[in-house]
Design a protein around this ligand. Structure first.
Ligand SMILES: CC(C)(COP(=O)(O)OP(=O)(O)OC[C@H]1O[C@@H](n2cnc3c(N)ncnc32)[C@H](O)[C@@H]1OP(=O)(O)O)[C@@H](O)C(=O)NCCC(=O)NCCS
Length: 169
C-alpha cells in the first residue's frame, strides 16, 4: 500500500485523543506538550498535503524528568515511549513513534525524528538532530550539534555534521 493510500485508510477511522501513561515520580517544567499529533503528511494527486490521523499513545516510565517547552508527539500507529529514569532538557522535540530507553540524558535543543530508537544509558548532547528510523545503541554518546544520519552501535561516541564514529567508549 502506498503511503497516501495508508493515510486515507487511517482517515476513515474515528479520531481519538492520545492516552498519555505516566509512571511514578514524574517531574516536568512549564509548557510541556505530550501526546500531540505527529507531523505526518503526504502529498496527494493535486499536490496538496493530506494529514495522517494519529492513533498511537505515549508511555512514560518511572522517574522521568521533562524540561520546559519540550514536545513529545504521539505515534501514528505505534506508541511513543520514554524509558525509566530518562531526563530530557528544555526545548527538545521527540517525534511520533520514537522509543527512548532507560536512563538516557537528552540535552536542550535536540530533535529526534520519527520512529528512531535510542538505547538505554545514552547521552545526547545539546542541539543534536537524529534522522528518522535510526537505531542508536545502548550507552552511546552523541556530541553536541551533531546531525546523525546513520545507525550508531552500542558504546560508541559519534559527533559532527554529518556525525561520524569517533571511538568506542
Ligand atoms: C563530544 C565531546 C564530549 C568531545 O569532547 P572532547 O573529547 O573534549 O573533544 P575535544 O574538545 O578535545 O575535540 C576534539 C576534536 O573534535 C572536535 N569536536 C569536539 N566535539 C565536537 C562536536 N560535538 N562536533 C564536531 N566536532 C567536535 C573539536 O573541534 C576537536 O577538533 P580538532 O581535533 O580539529 O581540534 C564534546 O564536544 C561534547 O559534545 N560534549 C557535550 C556538550 C554538551 O552537550 N553539553 C551540554 C551540557 S548541559
Amino acid at each position: 500500500m502506498s503511503r497516501l493510500a495508508f493515510i486515507r485508510e487511517q482517515a476513515k477511522k474515528k479520531p481519538v485523543q492520545a492516552n498519555v501513561i505516566v509512571g511514578r515520580n514524574f517531574k516536568h517544567g512549564s509548557n510541556v506538550t505530550i501526546g500531540g499529533d505527529g507531523f505526518g503528511y503526504e502529498k496527494n494527486e493535486q499536490g496538496e498535503y493530506e494529514f495522517m490521523q494519529h492513533f498511537g499513545d505515549v508511555y512514560i516510565g518511572d522517574d522521568v524528568k521533562i524540561g520546559s517547552n519540550t514536545c513529545i508527539d504521539r505515534g501514528a500507529v505505534e506508541h511513543t515511549q520514554i524509558g525509566n529514569g530518562t531526563k530530557i532538557d528544555n526545548l527538545v522535540h521527540i517525534a511520533h513513534g520514537v522509543k527512548i530507553g532507560d536512563n538516557c540524558l537528552i540535552v536542550a535543543g535536540t530533535v529526534i525524528c520519527g520512529s528512531t530508537e535510542i538505547g538505554g544509558g545514552t547521552y545526547i548532547g545539546a542541539n543534536v538532530t537524529i534522522r528518522e528510523h535510526l537505531k542508536i545503541g545502548n550507552n552511546s554518546y552523541i556530541g553536541m550539534g551533531s546531525v546523525v544520519t546513520k545507525n550508531v552501535g552500542d558504546n560508541e561516541m559519534w559527533y559532527g555534521n554529518p556525525a561520524k564514529f569517533i571511538k568506542t567508549i
